[in-house]
Design a protein around this ligand. Structure first.
Ligand SMILES: [Zn+2]
Length: 126
């Protein structure tokens, strides 16, 4: 839980290239933490690119990134996310390397995917 008085300004960035602008907006607006989650059609590589842009825009503020479990696909009228635990774990490691300090998951993320991401991040820090 954040201490009283901290400000989290949550921005859906949409696509690489726009995140620096939104990240800078968040910083200017007084955010203590800068982050992003869902982006329709963003690949896991896109989230890593976004992360680097956010870290650069955030200065010393912590950055949180919560990627979808890959780009969504529609099958039989259902939205499906196909990222594997291995892919999400590799993405979490790459996010950490960009300077992201809080990593989660958004649409399509399952407990199994989050567990794989957690193991990967803990292995880097060990
Ligand atoms: Zn989402």
């Amino acid at each position: 839980m954040l201490p009283s008085g901290n400000r989290v300004i949550w921005l859906n960035t949409g696509a690489p290239g726009t995140v620096t602008v939104t990240g800078l907006f968040a910083v200017t607006a007084g955010a203590d933490i800068v982050g992003t989650n869902c982006g329709t059609a963003l690949s896991l590589d896109d989230y890593v690119e976004l992360a680097g842009q956010l870290v650069a825009a955030a200065g010393k503020r912590p950055v949180i990134v919560q990627p979808n479990a890959g780009s969504p696909h529609t099958e039989n009228g259902k939205t499906i996310y196909k990222a594997t635990p291995e892919e999400m774990a590799a993405t979490a490691t790459r996010l950490l390397a960009t300077g992201v300090r809080i990593i989660g998951g958004c649409c399509g993320t399952t407990p199994a995917l989050l567990a794989a991401m957690s193991r990967a991040v803990r292995a880097v820090k060990a």
